[in-house]
Write a protein that binds this ligand. Structure first.
Ligand SMILES: C[S@@+](CC[C@H](N)C(=O)[O-])C[C@H]1O[C@@H](n2cnc3c(N)ncnc32)[C@H](O)[C@@H]1O
Length: 224
């Protein structure tokens, strides 16, 4: 049992900032930090010493939506690093959104919070969606169930070999023609996600670690 599950106040470092973590949220993971690098690269901002970023491909004031925000670590980090962006954060879990709001207050980041199953209650079209949704398949033989038991199952597991929510988000994003989508998943799931995304009008730009970066490209032959 870790400190978060014993109701102590626990903080976890993410991209150089400490985030409040409670038993209602996933503990931010180091592999998710590469999602921030991917967004900074899209925005033409330096993210690693010695690595030249691409040219900015985002609008001047991009609307960025973090779906499944949990502790808010992604949304808050992006709001701090991209002050021109309008950052939104959604989650299906009310208790998780409470934690995310506290973290946003701590860092003084003006984030709009939305309680929603994926994009159901989202009333606008973001320029970029970022999402670290649950992608763990309960049947993976290598799972350390003991160490995951202190985190909410809602934050970890998904049906369809861990891909149910990611696939739904891809379909919803494609229906709304969201220009860019950055997702986290286990590398063993990447090829399935790439194939599914391609058949829903999303072309892969790059993978980095656990992160997949897609651009919407309308393809009339793609099947939904
Ligand atoms: C893997 S955690 C990621 C948390 C945080 N973004 C991070 O990277 O540390 C997934 C989050 O997705 C949320 N979630 C689960 N099902 C969802 C759904 N159908 N719609 C929106 N959010 C959902 C969970 O409550 C959880 O906070």
């Amino acid at each position: 049992m870790n400190a978060a599950s014993q109701n102590k106040t626990v903080y976890q470092d993410f991209y150089g900032r400490d985030f409040l973590v409670t038993p209602d949220v996933l503990i931010p993971r180091p592999e998710t930090e590469q999602l921030i690098d991917a967004v900074l690269n899209l925005a033409g901002k330096p993210y690693l010493p010695g690595v030249k970023p691409s040219r900015n491909v985002l609008p001047e004031h991009p609307k960025i939506l973090d779906v499944g925000t949990g502790s808010g670590c992604i949304a808050v980090t992006l709001a701090k690093l991209l002050p021109n962006a309008r950052v939104y954060a959604s989650d299906v879990s009310k208790p998780a959104l409470k934690v995310a709001k506290k973290n946003a207050e701590t860092y003084g980041t003006p984030i709009s919070f939305i309680i929603s199953h994926l994009l159901e209650k989202v009333k606008f079209t973001p320029d970029l969606i970022v999402a670290n949704l649950p992608y763990v398949d309960k049947d993976w033989g290598w799972l350390d169930r003991e160490s995951l038991s202190s985190e909410p199952a809602l934050a970890l597991y998904a049906d369809d070999h861990g891909l149910a929510l990611i696939k739904q988000l891809i379909v919803q994003s494609s229906t709304r023609k969201v220009p860019r989508l950055i997702l986290e998943a286990d590398p063993c799931q990447h090829q399935t996600i790439i194939d599914f995304a391609e058949s829903n009008n999303y072309q892969l730009n790059e993978t980095r670690g656990f992160i997949l970066n897609f651009t919407y490209c309308y393809n009339p032959q793609a099947s939904h």
